[in-house]
Design a protein around this ligand. Structure first.
Ligand SMILES: *Cc1c(COP(=O)(O)O)cnc(C)c1O
Length: 359
Protein backbone atom coordinates (compact mmCIF):
# COMPACT_ATOMS: atom_id res chain seq x y z
CA UNK A 1 0.00 0.00 0.00
CA UNK A 2 1.28 3.43 -0.95
CA UNK A 3 0.25 6.57 0.96
CA UNK A 4 0.93 9.97 -0.57
CA UNK A 5 2.54 12.94 1.15
CA UNK A 6 -0.72 14.69 1.96
CA UNK A 7 -0.67 18.45 2.56
CA UNK A 8 -4.44 18.90 2.57
CA UNK A 9 -5.72 21.88 4.58
CA UNK A 10 -8.78 19.92 5.68
CA UNK A 11 -10.06 17.30 5.94
CA UNK A 12 -6.40 16.58 6.54
CA UNK A 13 -4.07 13.66 6.97
CA UNK A 14 -4.44 11.49 10.08
CA UNK A 15 -1.80 9.39 11.84
CA UNK A 16 -1.46 6.05 10.09
CA UNK A 17 -1.50 4.18 13.39
CA UNK A 18 -4.87 5.75 14.20
CA UNK A 19 -6.33 4.75 10.82
CA UNK A 20 -5.02 1.23 11.23
CA UNK A 21 -6.46 0.89 14.71
CA UNK A 22 -9.85 2.10 13.44
CA UNK A 23 -9.65 -0.35 10.55
CA UNK A 24 -8.84 -3.20 12.89
CA UNK A 25 -11.75 -2.38 15.21
CA UNK A 26 -14.30 -1.22 12.67
CA UNK A 27 -16.23 -4.39 11.87
CA UNK A 28 -16.12 -6.09 15.24
CA UNK A 29 -15.55 -3.65 18.10
CA UNK A 30 -13.86 -5.37 21.05
CA UNK A 31 -15.51 -8.69 20.18
CA UNK A 32 -19.00 -7.29 20.58
CA UNK A 33 -20.00 -8.63 17.17
CA UNK A 34 -20.89 -5.12 15.97
CA UNK A 35 -19.12 -1.93 14.97
CA UNK A 36 -18.89 1.10 17.27
CA UNK A 37 -20.90 2.91 14.57
CA UNK A 38 -23.71 0.38 14.94
CA UNK A 39 -24.20 0.76 18.69
CA UNK A 40 -26.36 3.04 20.76
CA UNK A 41 -24.74 6.27 21.80
CA UNK A 42 -25.95 5.31 25.30
CA UNK A 43 -24.21 1.91 25.23
CA UNK A 44 -21.40 1.25 27.72
CA UNK A 45 -18.97 1.03 24.77
CA UNK A 46 -19.73 4.47 23.38
CA UNK A 47 -20.06 5.98 26.86
CA UNK A 48 -16.51 4.86 27.52
CA UNK A 49 -15.28 6.44 24.26
CA UNK A 50 -16.95 9.74 25.06
CA UNK A 51 -15.66 9.84 28.63
CA UNK A 52 -12.16 8.82 27.59
CA UNK A 53 -12.02 11.50 24.90
CA UNK A 54 -13.16 14.10 27.44
CA UNK A 55 -10.62 13.14 30.06
CA UNK A 56 -7.79 12.78 27.55
CA UNK A 57 -8.52 16.24 26.19
CA UNK A 58 -8.41 17.76 29.67
CA UNK A 59 -5.25 15.80 30.37
CA UNK A 60 -3.51 16.94 27.17
CA UNK A 61 -4.33 20.58 27.95
CA UNK A 62 -3.54 20.29 31.65
CA UNK A 63 -6.97 21.34 32.94
CA UNK A 64 -9.56 19.83 35.26
CA UNK A 65 -13.33 19.64 35.31
CA UNK A 66 -13.69 23.42 35.55
CA UNK A 67 -13.64 23.01 31.78
CA UNK A 68 -16.64 21.40 30.09
CA UNK A 69 -15.88 19.40 26.95
CA UNK A 70 -18.59 19.12 24.28
CA UNK A 71 -18.59 17.17 21.01
CA UNK A 72 -21.01 19.03 18.77
CA UNK A 73 -22.05 19.04 15.14
CA UNK A 74 -22.38 21.84 12.63
CA UNK A 75 -18.68 22.57 12.23
CA UNK A 76 -16.75 25.58 13.44
CA UNK A 77 -19.10 27.58 11.23
CA UNK A 78 -21.99 26.83 13.61
CA UNK A 79 -19.91 28.10 16.50
CA UNK A 80 -19.70 31.48 14.74
CA UNK A 81 -23.44 31.68 15.50
CA UNK A 82 -23.66 29.66 18.71
CA UNK A 83 -21.11 31.70 20.67
CA UNK A 84 -22.91 35.04 20.23
CA UNK A 85 -26.33 33.39 20.58
CA UNK A 86 -25.30 32.23 24.05
CA UNK A 87 -23.36 35.27 25.20
CA UNK A 88 -24.50 38.37 23.32
CA UNK A 89 -27.71 40.38 23.34
CA UNK A 90 -28.73 43.89 22.35
CA UNK A 91 -27.19 45.29 25.54
CA UNK A 92 -23.84 43.51 25.28
CA UNK A 93 -20.65 43.99 23.26
CA UNK A 94 -17.91 41.56 22.25
CA UNK A 95 -14.47 42.37 20.87
CA UNK A 96 -13.49 40.63 17.64
CA UNK A 97 -9.98 40.58 16.19
CA UNK A 98 -10.20 40.35 12.40
CA UNK A 99 -7.27 38.44 10.93
CA UNK A 100 -8.91 36.86 7.92
CA UNK A 101 -11.84 35.20 6.20
CA UNK A 102 -12.84 33.04 9.18
CA UNK A 103 -12.83 36.04 11.54
CA UNK A 104 -15.01 37.94 9.06
CA UNK A 105 -17.56 35.12 9.09
CA UNK A 106 -17.58 35.02 12.89
CA UNK A 107 -18.12 38.79 13.05
CA UNK A 108 -21.04 38.62 10.62
CA UNK A 109 -22.89 36.17 12.88
CA UNK A 110 -22.09 38.03 16.10
CA UNK A 111 -23.65 41.20 14.71
CA UNK A 112 -26.99 39.36 14.51
CA UNK A 113 -27.06 39.11 18.30
CA UNK A 114 -25.32 42.14 19.79
CA UNK A 115 -22.66 44.81 19.32
CA UNK A 116 -19.28 43.99 17.89
CA UNK A 117 -16.22 46.08 18.57
CA UNK A 118 -13.56 45.35 15.96
CA UNK A 119 -10.36 45.30 18.01
CA UNK A 120 -8.17 45.18 14.94
CA UNK A 121 -8.53 44.44 11.25
CA UNK A 122 -5.87 43.70 8.69
CA UNK A 123 -8.30 43.65 5.77
CA UNK A 124 -6.37 46.45 4.05
CA UNK A 125 -3.10 44.58 4.47
CA UNK A 126 -4.56 41.49 2.80
CA UNK A 127 -4.30 39.68 6.13
CA UNK A 128 -0.54 39.30 6.08
CA UNK A 129 -0.10 40.66 9.61
CA UNK A 130 -0.93 39.47 13.12
CA UNK A 131 -1.40 42.32 15.59
CA UNK A 132 0.71 42.86 18.68
CA UNK A 133 -1.20 43.70 21.87
CA UNK A 134 -0.45 47.41 21.43
CA UNK A 135 -2.38 47.41 18.14
CA UNK A 136 -5.58 46.15 19.76
CA UNK A 137 -8.45 48.29 21.05
CA UNK A 138 -11.26 47.10 23.29
CA UNK A 139 -14.81 48.09 24.17
CA UNK A 140 -15.51 48.84 27.84
CA UNK A 141 -17.15 45.94 29.64
CA UNK A 142 -17.06 43.56 26.68
CA UNK A 143 -18.26 40.06 27.47
CA UNK A 144 -15.51 38.30 25.51
CA UNK A 145 -12.71 38.87 22.99
CA UNK A 146 -12.83 36.59 19.96
CA UNK A 147 -9.84 35.68 17.81
CA UNK A 148 -8.87 33.11 15.19
CA UNK A 149 -5.65 31.53 16.43
CA UNK A 150 -4.50 30.26 13.04
CA UNK A 151 -5.60 31.57 9.69
CA UNK A 152 -5.84 28.50 7.54
CA UNK A 153 -6.35 30.43 4.30
CA UNK A 154 -3.76 33.21 4.56
CA UNK A 155 -1.14 31.27 6.53
CA UNK A 156 -0.82 33.45 9.61
CA UNK A 157 -0.93 32.50 13.29
CA UNK A 158 -0.91 34.10 16.71
CA UNK A 159 2.26 32.79 18.35
CA UNK A 160 0.82 33.48 21.79
CA UNK A 161 -2.55 34.51 23.13
CA UNK A 162 -3.52 38.12 22.43
CA UNK A 163 -4.58 40.40 25.27
CA UNK A 164 -8.32 40.16 25.85
CA UNK A 165 -8.65 43.69 27.22
CA UNK A 166 -9.94 42.33 30.53
CA UNK A 167 -12.46 39.97 28.89
CA UNK A 168 -12.00 36.21 28.55
CA UNK A 169 -10.75 35.02 25.18
CA UNK A 170 -13.00 33.04 22.87
CA UNK A 171 -11.00 31.28 20.19
CA UNK A 172 -11.65 29.64 16.86
CA UNK A 173 -8.75 27.20 17.09
CA UNK A 174 -9.90 24.99 14.22
CA UNK A 175 -6.60 24.78 12.44
CA UNK A 176 -4.05 24.72 15.26
CA UNK A 177 -5.83 23.20 18.27
CA UNK A 178 -3.50 20.78 20.10
CA UNK A 179 -0.47 21.83 18.06
CA UNK A 180 0.93 23.48 21.24
CA UNK A 181 -0.02 24.12 24.89
CA UNK A 182 -2.42 26.98 25.62
CA UNK A 183 -2.59 29.46 28.49
CA UNK A 184 -5.96 28.08 29.46
CA UNK A 185 -6.64 30.63 32.21
CA UNK A 186 -6.96 33.36 29.56
CA UNK A 187 -9.83 31.61 27.80
CA UNK A 188 -13.56 31.32 28.37
CA UNK A 189 -14.30 29.16 25.37
CA UNK A 190 -12.36 27.39 22.62
CA UNK A 191 -13.85 25.68 19.58
CA UNK A 192 -12.32 23.66 16.77
CA UNK A 193 -13.68 21.69 13.86
CA UNK A 194 -11.92 18.33 14.08
CA UNK A 195 -11.01 17.86 10.43
CA UNK A 196 -7.76 19.82 10.47
CA UNK A 197 -5.77 18.75 13.47
CA UNK A 198 -7.96 16.42 15.55
CA UNK A 199 -9.73 13.80 13.51
CA UNK A 200 -12.24 13.40 10.71
CA UNK A 201 -14.95 15.88 9.72
CA UNK A 202 -18.23 15.65 11.59
CA UNK A 203 -17.41 16.77 15.10
CA UNK A 204 -16.57 20.15 16.55
CA UNK A 205 -14.84 20.19 19.91
CA UNK A 206 -16.04 22.96 22.20
CA UNK A 207 -14.34 23.60 25.52
CA UNK A 208 -16.13 26.05 27.75
CA UNK A 209 -15.13 27.13 31.22
CA UNK A 210 -17.83 26.80 33.87
CA UNK A 211 -17.24 30.33 35.18
CA UNK A 212 -17.63 31.75 31.67
CA UNK A 213 -20.82 29.81 31.08
CA UNK A 214 -22.28 31.59 34.11
CA UNK A 215 -22.11 34.75 31.99
CA UNK A 216 -24.55 33.26 29.52
CA UNK A 217 -27.31 35.67 28.49
CA UNK A 218 -30.72 35.23 30.16
CA UNK A 219 -32.87 35.49 27.01
CA UNK A 220 -34.24 32.21 25.63
CA UNK A 221 -31.93 30.18 23.40
CA UNK A 222 -33.18 27.32 21.17
CA UNK A 223 -32.57 24.11 23.10
CA UNK A 224 -30.02 22.47 20.83
CA UNK A 225 -28.06 25.73 20.46
CA UNK A 226 -27.79 26.27 24.21
CA UNK A 227 -24.40 25.11 25.56
CA UNK A 228 -26.02 24.15 28.85
CA UNK A 229 -28.20 21.58 27.10
CA UNK A 230 -25.05 19.68 26.13
CA UNK A 231 -23.29 20.30 29.44
CA UNK A 232 -26.18 18.80 31.38
CA UNK A 233 -26.49 15.57 29.45
CA UNK A 234 -25.92 13.73 26.19
CA UNK A 235 -28.88 15.52 24.62
CA UNK A 236 -29.03 13.90 21.18
CA UNK A 237 -27.02 11.48 19.04
CA UNK A 238 -23.43 12.69 18.85
CA UNK A 239 -21.28 12.03 15.77
CA UNK A 240 -20.11 8.75 17.25
CA UNK A 241 -17.56 7.74 14.64
CA UNK A 242 -15.90 11.15 14.60
CA UNK A 243 -15.67 11.22 18.41
CA UNK A 244 -14.27 7.69 18.40
CA UNK A 245 -11.57 8.85 15.96
CA UNK A 246 -10.79 11.97 17.99
CA UNK A 247 -10.35 9.70 21.01
CA UNK A 248 -7.77 7.65 19.09
CA UNK A 249 -5.96 10.81 17.98
CA UNK A 250 -5.83 11.98 21.61
CA UNK A 251 -4.38 8.63 22.63
CA UNK A 252 -1.74 9.07 19.92
CA UNK A 253 -0.91 12.61 21.10
CA UNK A 254 -0.36 11.31 24.64
CA UNK A 255 1.77 8.42 23.40
CA UNK A 256 3.89 10.82 21.36
CA UNK A 257 4.69 12.80 24.52
CA UNK A 258 1.87 15.34 24.69
CA UNK A 259 1.77 18.88 23.37
CA UNK A 260 5.40 19.73 24.21
CA UNK A 261 6.51 17.01 21.81
CA UNK A 262 4.37 18.56 19.08
CA UNK A 263 5.79 22.03 19.73
CA UNK A 264 9.19 20.60 18.88
CA UNK A 265 8.01 18.56 15.88
CA UNK A 266 5.92 21.39 14.44
CA UNK A 267 8.77 23.88 14.91
CA UNK A 268 11.18 21.61 13.10
CA UNK A 269 8.84 21.02 10.17
CA UNK A 270 7.99 24.70 9.80
CA UNK A 271 11.64 25.84 10.02
CA UNK A 272 12.67 23.38 7.37
CA UNK A 273 10.02 24.59 4.96
CA UNK A 274 10.38 28.33 5.64
CA UNK A 275 14.16 27.92 5.46
CA UNK A 276 13.79 26.65 1.91
CA UNK A 277 11.36 29.44 0.99
CA UNK A 278 13.76 32.08 2.35
CA UNK A 279 16.90 30.67 0.73
CA UNK A 280 16.45 33.00 -2.28
CA UNK A 281 13.58 34.75 -4.08
CA UNK A 282 12.45 31.84 -6.25
CA UNK A 283 9.84 30.97 -3.61
CA UNK A 284 8.11 33.90 -1.96
CA UNK A 285 6.40 33.78 1.41
CA UNK A 286 3.05 35.60 1.31
CA UNK A 287 2.85 36.93 4.87
CA UNK A 288 5.03 38.87 7.32
CA UNK A 289 7.70 36.65 8.82
CA UNK A 290 6.59 37.36 12.38
CA UNK A 291 3.04 36.29 11.47
CA UNK A 292 3.90 33.01 9.76
CA UNK A 293 1.82 29.96 10.57
CA UNK A 294 3.45 26.71 11.64
CA UNK A 295 0.39 24.86 10.34
CA UNK A 296 -0.35 26.32 6.90
CA UNK A 297 2.72 27.44 4.99
CA UNK A 298 1.75 29.72 2.08
CA UNK A 299 4.03 30.85 -0.73
CA UNK A 300 4.03 31.93 -4.35
CA UNK A 301 6.23 31.51 -7.38
CA UNK A 302 7.06 34.05 -10.06
CA UNK A 303 3.95 33.40 -12.17
CA UNK A 304 0.73 31.45 -12.05
CA UNK A 305 1.98 29.29 -14.90
CA UNK A 306 5.02 28.31 -12.89
CA UNK A 307 2.77 27.55 -9.90
CA UNK A 308 0.66 25.26 -12.08
CA UNK A 309 3.77 23.46 -13.22
CA UNK A 310 4.95 23.20 -9.62
CA UNK A 311 1.66 21.63 -8.52
CA UNK A 312 1.52 19.12 -11.33
CA UNK A 313 5.14 18.02 -10.97
CA UNK A 314 4.71 17.82 -7.19
CA UNK A 315 1.76 15.49 -7.71
CA UNK A 316 3.98 13.27 -9.84
CA UNK A 317 6.21 12.96 -6.77
CA UNK A 318 3.21 11.98 -4.58
CA UNK A 319 3.18 15.44 -2.98
CA UNK A 320 -0.53 16.26 -3.03
CA UNK A 321 -3.08 18.92 -2.01
CA UNK A 322 -0.61 21.80 -2.24
CA UNK A 323 -2.87 24.21 -4.07
CA UNK A 324 -3.60 27.44 -2.17
CA UNK A 325 -7.16 28.27 -1.11
CA UNK A 326 -9.28 29.26 -4.10
CA UNK A 327 -9.68 32.79 -2.72
CA UNK A 328 -5.94 33.53 -2.58
CA UNK A 329 -4.18 31.23 -5.07
CA UNK A 330 -0.53 30.24 -4.78
CA UNK A 331 0.78 27.24 -2.90
CA UNK A 332 -0.19 26.09 0.59
CA UNK A 333 1.41 23.22 2.46
CA UNK A 334 -0.63 22.27 5.51
CA UNK A 335 1.65 20.56 7.99
CA UNK A 336 -0.54 19.74 10.96
CA UNK A 337 0.44 17.38 13.81
CA UNK A 338 -0.13 14.26 11.73
CA UNK A 339 1.98 15.43 8.77
CA UNK A 340 5.17 13.46 9.16
CA UNK A 341 8.60 15.13 9.07
CA UNK A 342 9.45 12.78 6.17
CA UNK A 343 6.68 14.40 4.12
CA UNK A 344 8.10 17.87 4.72
CA UNK A 345 11.59 16.59 3.87
CA UNK A 346 10.24 15.14 0.61
CA UNK A 347 8.56 18.43 -0.22
CA UNK A 348 11.74 20.42 0.47
CA UNK A 349 13.84 18.10 -1.74
CA UNK A 350 11.30 18.50 -4.51
CA UNK A 351 11.35 22.30 -4.09
CA UNK A 352 15.15 22.31 -4.41
CA UNK A 353 15.03 20.19 -7.55
CA UNK A 354 12.24 22.30 -9.05
CA UNK A 355 14.19 25.49 -8.41
CA UNK A 356 17.29 24.04 -10.08
CA UNK A 357 15.30 23.22 -13.19
CA UNK A 358 13.19 26.38 -13.37
CA UNK A 359 15.21 29.07 -11.57
C1 LIG B 1 -11.91 25.21 8.36
C2 LIG B 1 -12.12 26.34 9.31
C3 LIG B 1 -13.42 26.75 9.70
C4 LIG B 1 -14.67 26.14 9.13
O1 LIG B 1 -14.88 24.91 9.67
P1 LIG B 1 -16.19 24.03 9.29
O2 LIG B 1 -16.01 22.86 10.18
O3 LIG B 1 -16.10 23.74 7.83
O4 LIG B 1 -17.38 24.85 9.64
C5 LIG B 1 -13.51 27.78 10.62
N1 LIG B 1 -12.42 28.37 11.13
C6 LIG B 1 -11.17 28.01 10.76
C7 LIG B 1 -10.00 28.70 11.37
C8 LIG B 1 -10.98 26.99 9.85
O5 LIG B 1 -9.74 26.62 9.49
Amino acid sequence: MKRVHNFSAGPATLPLTVLEKAQEELVNYRNKGASIVEMSHRSPEYTEVNEQATSRLRNVLGVGDEWEVLFLQGGASSQFMMVPQNFLNSGRTANYIDTGAWSVKAIKEAKLFGSVHTSFSDKDGNYSHIPTDSELTFADGAIYTHFTSNNTIFGTQFHSEPDGGGAPLVCDASSDFLSRPLKMDKYGLIYAGAQKNLGPAGVTVVMVKKSFLEQQRTEAIPTILNYNTHVNKLFNTPPVFAVYMVNLVLEWILEMGGLQAFVKLNDEKASLLYGEIDSDDFYRGTVEKAARSKMNVTFRLESEDLEKKFLSEAANHDLVALKGHRSVGGIRASIYNACEPASVEALVSFMQEFRKQNG
